[in-house]
Structure formats: C-alpha cells, structure tokens
Design a protein around this ligand. Structure first.
Ligand code: HEM
Length: 462
C-alpha cells in the first residue's frame, strides 16, 4: 500500500533586527533597542548578544507560555551561572527537583500570615528611618530659609533602609554597624556580575584578575556577615525568633522531614538578602522620581496617607492596607520601571511560538519593560497614571501584560513582602515630608541586572 507522507511545512525564520541586532548596539542602549523591536510589530525577534542566539517574545500570551504553561521546557539561562558564583545554589539560581524542594521549604515563610507578623518590624524600621531623615533635615531648616539646603540622595537612603528591613525581618539582625561595608560589597558584586554577564570573554573565577579579586573580596564580606548571623542563632538554643531565618532553619520538608544544610541555609540567606533589598530600593527610587515629576499625583497620595494614617506614630499593619492609591502609585511605578526589566530562560527542547521555533539550547527572553509599555495594552504607555491600577481595571488587559514579579512557578517569592514594604515606606515618607524636585529633567535609565536610575535620585525634603 502506498504511504502518503505529509509535506513538511517550512519553519519560517524568526525575524531579526536589521543592522542593529548585534551585541554592541544592544549593550550600548538595550532599552532603545527593545523599543525599536517593539515598533517592528513582530511576535518573536531574534537577537545575537554575547555570542548567543536569543529569542525575544513580544506578546503577553507567549510570555505566559514560556514562564508558565511550558515552563518545564525551560531552565535557567547561562546568565544565572554568573549569579551562581556568588549566590550558590539558592532559590534564584537552582533548578529542577532540587529547586522544587527548596521552594516548598521556603514558601511557608512568605505566607500571608507570616508576613503579617513581619509588618510590625517593617513599620518600626521605616518609622526610625523617617525620623533619622527628619533629624538630618532639621539641621537644614535654616539653610532652606537662606536657599542653601542640600537635597537628599534618595537612591542611597532607600538602599540603606531596605537593607536594614531585610536584615531585621530575615535575620532579626541589626546591620547599622556593618551597613556601609555590606552596602558597598553588594554594590561591587552587582556591577561585577553584570560586567561578567555581558563580557564575551570570561576568565575562570579563581584566576587572579583584578575583577575576580574584587568579586571574591566582596563575597567574603557578605559571607562573613551571613555565617556570623547563622552561628549566633545556633548559639541561642531555646530562644524563638519570629523571623525568616528561623522559619527557614526550622522548616522541614513535608515528604522527608529534612531541614536545610548549613551551606544551603547560607545560599538561601544570601539570595534573599541580595534579591530582597536592591530591587525594592531601586523601585522606591523610581517611585520618588515619578512623584517629583508629577506633583498632582504626589498631592493626591499625601492626601490619602494623611486621611488614613492621621498622626498615629506607629499605625497598625491593617491600617496600611487601606492605602489603595498608594499601592496604585507603586504598581504604576513598577510598570514604567520594572526592576527586573528582562528575564531569560534556556530552552531544554525545541519550542513553538506560533509559526516559529525557539531551538533547544538557545535563550528565550521575556521583557517586562517592553510588555509594560506595549501601546496595545497600555494606552499612552509612557505616561505615569496610577489610575490604570484602580480597582477592577486589571480586567482591561491580558494577564501577562503586567509582570514586575515574573510569572509561573518561579514567580518572585518575595512579591507580597516587597509590596507591603514599599507601601509602608512610601506612606511614612510622604506623611512626614513634602518632596520637591531638584531638577525637572527625567533621569536616564541604566539597565544592569536591575533597571537602575543612571544618576542618584535626589530630592528636597520639606
Ligand atoms: C520590587 C521588588 C522586587 C522585584 C521587582 C522582584 C522581581 C523578581 C522577579 C521578576 C523574579 C523572577 C525572576 C525570573 O523568573 O527569572 C524574582 C525572583 C525571586 N525574588 Fe524577587 N523581586 C522583588 C523583591 C523581592 C524580595 C523582597 C525578596 C525576598 C525577601 C525576593 C526574593 C526573590 C527570590 C528568592 C526569587 C527566586 C524565586 C524562585 O525562582 O523560586 N524578591 N523576583
């Protein structure tokens, strides 16, 4: 009998970026290249960056496909190997069954009820921070009268307070004595990891190149701190602590009853420490920048905060939950400046996106920055308008049109933690101070591992 073979359909080539899709132009200004790609109106665009084939998907449903529906076909991309040098095998960098087990162990520590217990610590740390700003600023009041006041570096101020909050809630530890050292070590790690990720030439980390030496030195500072905290906790037998370190230390695997090894505990702590403070600090800095440029939004925000919080020095956590407009401001700020502006995954097998193929071994890219500025889902996408997040309006757009915390099983474990923290910080800040811009020029972006402002965000606090 004659067998009829189906004619195989030719797989169309994924469109590339004409003349631009090369490493240099991408490195020079990745966000401009992303906007160029958006104007191409394609579903998937091929880029060759750092010698690797990368496939950027542009539609919310395809982002959902990669991050959620077909997530088992994707592993961590080579970019994560760089992070692994410092983070070890923590939640952000691990994969497969090992990651699943760790996520199961850590998840209860981020449960809503557990977070409610951490809210009081966030409120007292934030209130103390606002008090400090007030003290520093009160010495300036006279200068204000003489128009010689100094603006405050809000980017640095947020880095400091988010580090304090993550240390207090995570380890019950006060970092004030180590703040400057830890802060500069984390800053170096961030820059060096970024440089290494983008560089086409990577020397093994044990080679004593100047960057490698600095990388290792910064790692030692962070490790000394983390191991010190773990050791201290071990000594305190019998005492109970209402913080994430105890939750992680004592968490038992449902199936095996095992707890984490010390090295694993270190990796998880360093991961949460690194992932949990810089993202939040950067997001807060952008929020202040947007408020400075939009005084009408700032006025409405201050009005809400004053009505809801009143003069109560330490409002209760449930009071903060009534700050709906404050939350809308934060969500809209993360739409325009998502700290995780791009996410990458390695295809473990060929995947199909419409008529196109993402080949096994290549990288798929999902960009919250692009999705958040897609005019198809966000009219007038570059305008700052917190009312886009008014209650009920999320129905106006597809689910993956907004994903500042990623999506699918690898959704940010700290998303509720971060939102709660930002709501508290922003509310206490604007209750105490009116913010005034130093300049009306928009601050350019610096897309490193996170999307940072290129220059520190500064403001006059009145
Ligand atoms: C504004 C603040 C934050 C933003 C924008 C953010 C964003 C993200 C994103 C997009 C991912 C997914 C990355 C991917 O899929 O490739 C992620 C993962 C993660 N985030 Fe966050 N994050 C924030 C705050 C936090 C906080 C406060 C913590 C912890 C206290 C945290 C801990 C983590 C961890 C451990 C992961 C890895 C989760 C896993 O793969 O299982 N993040 N974050």
């Amino acid at each position: 009998m004659e067998t009829i073979t189906q004619p195989t359909r030719p797989v169309p080539l994924v469109p590339g970026l004409p003349g631009l899709g090369n490493t240099l132009s991408f490195l020079r200004d990745p966000l401009a290249i992303l906007r160029d790609i958006q104007r191409m109106n394609e579903r998937v665009v091929h880029l060759r960056v750092g010698g690797r084939h990368q496939y950027l998907v542009l539609m919310p449903e395809d982002s959902k496909h990669i991050l959620q529906e077909n997530n088992r076909n994707y592993g961590r991309s080579p970019a994560f190997r760089v992070l692994q040098i410092f983070l070890g095998n923590g939640l952000l960098t691990s994969e497969g069954d090992f990651w699943r087990r760790q996520r199961r162990l850590a998840q209860p520590a981020f449960h809503r009820q557990k977070l409610a217990a951490l809210a009081n610590t966030m409120i007292s740390e934030s209130a103390a921070w606002v008090d400090e700003l007030w003290q520093q600023n009160s010495s300036q009041r006279e200068l204000v009268q003489h128009k010689r006041a100094q603006p405050v570096n809000m980017s640095q101020a947020f880095m400091d307070v988010t580090m304090r909050i993550v240390c207090k809630t995570l380890f019950g530890s006060d970092v004030s004595t180590n703040l400057a050292k830890l802060s500069s070590a984390l800053e170096s790690l961030n820059y060096l990891a970024n440089a290494r990720m983008l560089s086409p030439v990577r020397f093994p980390i044990h080679w004593p190149t100047p960057d490698n030496v600095r990388f290792r030195r910064a790692g030692v500072v962070v490790d000394t701190f983390i191991y010190g905290v773990i050791e201290q906790r071990k000594q305190q037998t019998g005492a109970t602590h209402d913080d994430l370190l105890d939750m992680l230390r004592l968490a038992e695997d449902e199936e095996t009853g095992e707890t984490m090894s010390e090295k694993q505990l270190r990796d998880e702590c360093v991961t949460l420490f690194a992932a949990g403070h810089e993202t939040t600090a950067v997001s807060m800095a952008w929020t202040v920048h947007l408020l400075l440029q939009n005084p009408d939004v700032l006025a409405r925000l201050r009005q809400e905060v004053q009505t809801v919080l009143g003069d109560e020095k330490m409002p209760a956590p449930e009071v903060f939950r009534q700050l709906t407009y404050t939350m809308q401001v934060i969500q809209e700020s993360m739409r325009l400046y998502p700290p995780a502006w791009i996410m990458s995954r390695m295809a473990l097998g060929d995947d199909h996106i419409g008529p196109y193929v993402i080949p096994k071994g290549d990288t798929a890219l999902v960009s919250p920055y692009l999705l958040h500025r897609d005019p198809a889902n966000w009219p007038d996408p570059d305008r700052f308008d917190p009312d886009r997040f008014a209650p009920g309006r999320e129905k106006e757009r597809p689910a993956y049109a907004y994903l500042p915390f990623g999506g699918g099983p690898r959704l940010c474990i700290g998303n509720q933690f971060a939102l709660m923290e930002m709501q508290i910080l922003l509310a206490l800040l604007v209750r105490q101070f009116d913010l005034r811009a130093v300049s009306d020029k928009p601050v350019p972006t610096q897309p490193l591992i996170t999307l940072r402002p290129k220059k520190p965000i500064r403001a006059y606090l009145r």
